[in-house]
Design a protein around this ligand. Structure first.
Ligand code: XIL
Length: 496
């Protein structure tokens, strides 16, 4: 049993609890009466059937691992990211910009050298594949699949159903029936086209809202209710038996209102027997609020306890708002990459980490959040501390947490006791005193901006020693693109 269920995603790609149930089922009780013997024969037949089913589900043919080991001759020293990942059979991926892949040879060669998994950054999204109803353009995505095959990488499919980058014919005026039809047609065509070539699909992306633990009011949810998720997974499974099927979302790194909602959704899907194998956690982090190893591991483990695998699907770490020199910012970023990788390694069923790109030269962050340096390689393809951090983390060495005063929340604990609060605007002052408005937090002992706020926020109008006041002021326009705001419905602003 231990053997059957070992590895980040076990041998058969079947949740360990299903395996355990099956083995128990087959082995339970020795036959005594002829009736029992008959029952036993039924059980064995059922067992064989289960085994056939389990093998059909296997998505990690040993060939992939054999090839990978051959390629990763430096596997022992773990000198590249993919070699460091392969020491525990973990996937180390990057999202790929197909344009850069075809035009920039340095980009292509680093990608091949460092990673054993790829995700299409855009090329497999619904609106990109099927701009016109009934017409699919698989060319660019096929080129990525070929590149991956040539370089012994697995491909993560992203994403079959998402409320953004939809084709123009999926809009508010579509009827529920029509939407159901086009969604099924899209999944059939896409999962069918790539069947056998995909390690796992993000079947549904970002279906949970940012506040209130509700489902996102997307066109899909408004027209079809939560059942669109069930239908998407069932359709994908029917077309590609071998691909693992994932739910993927952001701002779910730690236990908070949103990850609670995703967790509840997973339980509902499992209760309805929806074929889901795992959960992707995007991890678009701001270095000032990055989670601790303990927070990440604790959160992952409640999902794996449901029989699901977990993975980090879109890692990047913004540093522009960290106070300090560029070298300090990048060093902090390195420690965060290391903690994230180490956290994944600590969780048996965390099968891998994908970063959303790998060079700052082509990161999406600059156009969505402002100029930044969120990845492992700089604009000129030089390795940054983030590279070494991720490599060491994959080898099992966690970076120390940032030192903080006893009364302060650690990095990433920002939201813990303050559900719905987010910070925006200028960096925190470290020692300033301010008073006004209606509520405040008292912060002492803080020497760095990323130290977070006090565990118990004070409130009231009395004069207090604070480093910053937080006023609950509604902003008329979101401070970031809606889908990326941590709390777009209730953005809060630090007022000086
Ligand atoms: C982003 C891409 O990186 C951009 O190039 C594109 O313009 C918008 O989408 N969550 C996701 C990804 O699941 O698909 C998004 O990718 C980033 C946020």
């Amino acid at each position: 049993l231990t053997w059957l269920s070992s590895g980040p995603e076990n041998l058969f790609g079947v949740p360990s609890f299903k395996m355990a149930r099956f083995v128990e089922e087959v082995l339970s009780g020795c036959p005594r009466s002829s009736q029992e013997k008959k029952r036993m024969r039924m059980r064995l037949a059922l067992g064989v059937l289960c085994l056939v089913w389990a093998c059909a589900e296997s998505v990690e043919p040993s060939a992939i691992d054999a090839e990978e080991s051959a390629l990763d001759s430096d596997i022992v020293s773990g000198e590249t990211l993919r070699a460091a990942g392969a020491t525990t059979r973990r996937k180390v991926g990057a999202a790929v910009d197909i344009d850069a892949l075809s035009k920039d040879p340095t980009y292509a060669s680093i990608l091949a050298r460092e990673f054993n998994a790829v995700t299409a950054e855009n090329a497999m999204k619904w609106g990109v594949l099927q701009q016109t109803r009934g017409v699919w353009n698989f060319g660019p995505a096929d080129a990525l699949v070929r590149f991956a095959q040539q370089n012994k990488m697995v491909v993560r499919g992203h994403a079959l159903v998402w409320h953004l980058q939809l084709p123009p014919f999926v809009n508010d005026s579509i009827s529920a029936d029509d939407l159901r039809n086009v969604m099924v047609a899209h999944i059939n065509a896409t999962a069918g086209h790539f069947a056998g070539k995909i390690y796992g699909w993000d079947v549904v992306n970002e279906a949970v809202d940012d506040t209130g633990g509700k489902m996102r009011e997307s066109v899909l949810f408004k027209k079809l209710g939560e059942s669109f998720i069930d239908l998407a997974f069932r359709t994908a499974r029917a077309k590609d038996l071998n691909a693992r099927l994932y739910y993927n979302d952001y701002a779910t790194e730690i236990q908070n209102e949103k990850s609670d909602a995703v967790y509840a959704l997973m339980k509902r899907l499992i209760a309805r027997n929806v074929p889901i194998d795992g959960v992707g956690f995007q991890y678009h982090l701001d270095a000032r609020t990055a989670p601790t190893v303990e927070q990440m591991v604790t959160n992952f483990k409640r999902f794996t306890a449901l029989g699901l695998s977990v993975n980090i699907s879109e890692l990047d770490v913004r540093v522009k708002d960290v106070v300090g020199t560029q070298a300090q910012k990048l060093a902090l970023q390195g420690r965060i990459y290391q903690r994230v990788a180490a956290a994944c390694r600590q969780v048996t069923r965390c099968y891998g980490i994908t970063s959303w790109g790998f060079t700052d030269k082509y990161s999406w962050i600059d156009s969505f959040f402002g100029a930044d340096d969120p990845l492992q390689f700089d604009d000129a393809f030089a390795k940054k501390p983030a590279y070494e951090g991720q490599r060491l983390g994959l080898l099992g060495e966690a970076a120390p947490e940032e030192p903080i005063g006893a009364e302060l929340l650690p990095n990433g604990g920002f939201e813990n006791g303050l559900t719905g609060w987010t910070g925006s605007g200028a960096p925190f002052a470290l020692t300033a005193e301010a008073r006004s408005q209606t509520s405040a937090v008292k912060v002492t002992g803080r020497t760095e901006t990323y130290h977070g706020v006090l565990t118990t926020p004070a409130s009231g109008k009395s004069r207090q020693q604070v480093s910053r006041w937080f006023s609950r002021r509604r902003l008329s326009a979101p401070v970031c693109p809606t889908h990326m705001c941590e709390s777009p419905a209730r953005p809060l602003r630090m007022a000086g």
